[in-house]
Write a protein that binds this ligand. Structure first.
Ligand code: HEM
Ligand SMILES: *[C@@H]1O[C@H](CO)[C@@H](O)[C@H](O)[C@H]1NC(C)=O
Ligand SMILES: *[C@@H]1O[C@H](CO)[C@@H](O)[C@H](O)[C@H]1NC(C)=O
Ligand SMILES: *[C@@H]1O[C@H](CO)[C@@H](O)[C@H](O)[C@H]1NC(C)=O
Length: 338
């Protein structure tokens, strides 16, 4: 073989490798394009702005951080983390809002604070930061300001031009579903059992409405009796907050011990039969998989392990099918497409 043909072949080979790498990077997980320095040049202190507006909102509403974290979750589970959740009904752009889907209607809250954050960010960096990234940043600030872990949020998501109300109806877990069903919904978006347990730890703060746990107190599974997996003192407390014929919207703390703090008490609560939602308690009860109960015991024993795992799982959740590159848009008003 002559040296020229040697070079010819090796040139060809490296061209093929190059093309392969480019093709791989396009078809591999698009989340490879998210990175924590995405706004380093065009909006370097976006995370401070988000944090600052949130801090102010917390002064008058201790629950708002929990509510914003939940919006991010309900966004990511439907068509990925693309701020589709934030779009209002709009006949002209044919938006049927996810806000009116069964898991969200009269339940998700905090949209006005998202708008306040967006306005503050637009003031500093007009047309640069996506609403989807604002939700991811707000989720991190909510957790860290409540005493939980902080982390570098991966950024570079863009905003969708459509919503998927039907998807929201079927993809977001319900508190009345069994753990197999909920696990299936997590794995449908690429999340594992460990992600499920770690992210459920978000129920260490925030509230739930009476209508979402009343059956447990008075007519569990059609028995006419309370859920036997409820601690009796806790049951009595909940019956006061949520009388049989009382308001549907009365609120109970998801974590009875430290309602506004992001800590690992949620996992101790489950072991003490003090999970508020039926789906919470089903993670730790007689018939729970040992894979799940072992993780709960570990998180409850060591808060650092929980925090580390929670951060990993938040990053996993934040990586669900982002729009990147030239897909989607940077919405100017989170409530409507440009
Ligand atoms: C595992 C399946 C899950 C189910 C069945 C579930 C269900 C619920 C329900 C029914 C509520 C009360 C809503 C209301 O009263 O209007 C709630 C609240 C909440 N959820 Fe979940 N959730 C799940 C997972 C998650 C995840 C993964 C996160 C975030 C990482 C999360 C964060 C929250 C927060 C922070 C609240 C309190 C919100 C507030 O006070 O406004 N949940 N959840
Ligand atoms: C953003 O950063 C600039 C330059 O570092 C600084 O002057 C400004 O005060 C910062 N704004 C906020 C809201 O943190
Ligand atoms: C989603 O569920 C809501 C509430 O149950 C219902 O009104 C709506 O029609 C459903 N939307 C779709 C697109 O299935
Ligand atoms: C609920 O009731 C059904 C039948 O009425 C029974 O098969 C099922 O095991 C019960 N579930 C629980 C969690 O008790």
């Amino acid at each position: 073989m002559s040296s020229s043909s040697y070079y010819y072949y090796s040139f060809n080979f490296s061209v093929i490798i190059c093309i392969l790498l480019v093709v791989l990077s396009i078809f591999s997980h698009s989340n490879a394009q998210l990175n924590s320095n995405f706004y380093e040049n065009n909006c370097p202190n976006v995370s401070d702005i988000v944090r600052c507006v949130l801090q102010e909102a917390l002064q008058s509403d201790a629950r708002i951080g929990a509510s914003l974290l939940r919006i991010h979750f309900h966004d990511c589970f439907v068509n990925g983390c693309d701020a589709s959740i934030l779009l209002d009904n709009n006949a002209k752009t044919k938006i049927v809002s996810e806000k009116n889907a069964a898991p969200n209607a009269n339940s998700l809250r905090g949209f006005n604070v998202v708008d306040n954050i967006k306005v503050a960010v637009e003031n500093c960096c007009p047309g640069v930061v996506s609403c989807a990234d604002i939700l991811a940043l707000a989720a991190e600030s909510s957790v860290s300001l409540a005493g939980g872990p902080s982390w570098n949020v991966l950024l570079g998501r863009r905003d969708s031009r459509r919503a998927n109300q039907g998807g929201a109806n079927i993809s977001i877990p319900s508190p009345l579903e069994d753990i197999n069903k909920i696990t299936t919904k997590f794995s449908a978006v690429g999340l594992t059992i460990t992600d499920l347990v770690a992210l459920s730890g978000a129920h260490t703060f925030g509230r739930a409405q009476c209508r979402l746990f009343r059956e447990r107190l008075y007519n569990f599974n059609g028995t006419g009796k309370p859920d036997p997996t409820l601690n009796t003192n806790y049951l009595a407390k909940l019956m006061k907050i949520c009388p049989k014929k009382g308001s549907n919207t009365a609120l109970a703390n998801l974590d009875l011990t430290t309602p506004n703090k992001f800590d690992n008490n949620y996992f101790a609560n489950l072991q003490n039969k003090k999970g508020l939602l039926e789906s919470d308690q089903k993670l730790f009860s007689k018939n729970s998989a040992s894979e799940i109960t072992n993780i709960i015991k570990t998180f409850s024993r060591d808060q650092n392990v929980f925090f580390q795992s929670f951060v990993e799982s938040m990053i996993n959740m934040g990586n669900i099918s982002p729009l990147t590159g030239t897909n989607g848009e940077i919405r100017l008003d989170c409530k409507r497409v440009n």
